[in-house]
Design a protein around this ligand. Structure first.
Ligand code: ZN
Length: 253
């Protein structure tokens, strides 16, 4: 069940049986010569939508612009400042909590968001703590690649050149969701350099085609399906007890 494709009475009915919601969260940033700019938002969205169709939980619109200042030297990348993201996340959380959502599960697709997401949680909890009131909401974040055996699956599929940005795994997940988006480009060296960076100019200097340590030419629709199937099952296994959802009932909703 998708929030933005539901009516308010449907959301009200859902809240009568479950107070949990999954919020896919990602980034809009370049992903090398063959990866979609939306990759980090699309990966958790694709997995969450498939899992929700099977398990019946509610998925919020994707929070699809995050921490991407280091990608701004590549066309198409959009970033928030950390302070903007913390404020926006607090507005999302406050809105959802006001309707009675009690478990908000941020399903993350971008490593660069982790610190800011934790800071946003601290900001939200601090408001309640400083008023001396108990917070009615539990906030959780999980990176899709850390679920269950997802990482092992990716390592088996791509034993060399997985890297850390514009990886064959994440691009495969987007190809599973959007098979019409298979791209090809000449990439040299085959496995991109890895290393550190500071700002956007430094990133572009160190990683001229946008990849970090990766060989995304290995990505495929088939690998994407394998990864999504493993991630989907692991997401359901984690979210069901967190949301106190029954194991099988109401799966059709
Ligand atoms: Zn990514």
């Amino acid at each position: 069940m998708l929030l933005h494709q539901s009516t308010w009475p449907e959301v009200e009915t859902y809240l009568g049986r479950c107070q949990g919601i999954v919020v896919p969260i990602g980034s809009t940033e370049q992903h090398g010569p063959t990866g979609l700019v939306g990759t980090d938002a699309l990966c958790p969205e694709i997995i969450a939508h498939e899992a929700a169709a099977e398990a019946g939980f509610l998925v919020a619109p994707t929070f699809n612009v995050g921490m991407a200042q280091h990608h701004l030297a590549f066309p198409g990348s959009i970033t928030l400042r950390p302070s903007t993201m913390i404020a926006a996340l607090n507005d999302w959380i406050t809105s959802l909590a006001g309707h009675g959502f009690k478990q908000i599960y941020f399903f993350n697709g971008h490593g660069g968001n982790i610190t800011t997401l934790n800071a946003a949680f601290a900001e939200y909890y601090a408001g309640w703590s400083m008023r001396g009131e108990p917070c009615p909401v539990v906030l959780k974040q999980r990176n899709w690649w850390e679920l269950g055996s997802v990482m092992d699956t990716c390592r088996k599929l791509f034993p060399a050149g997985e890297g850390s940005h514009a990886t064959a795994s994440e691009i495969s997940v987007t190809l599973h969701g959007y098979p019409q988006s298979v791209k090809s480009a000449a990439m040299s060296p085959r496995i991109a350099p890895d290393g550190t960076f500071t700002d956007a100019a430094d990133f572009r200097r160190n990683f001229p085609d946008g990849r970090c340590g990766s060989d995304p030419a290995q990505a495929s629709v088939e690998a994407g399906k394998t990864i999504v199937d493993v991630a989907k099952a692991a997401l359901i296994t984690e979210v069901r007890p967190f949301f106190d959802l029954p194991a099988k009932a109401e799966a059709a909703e």
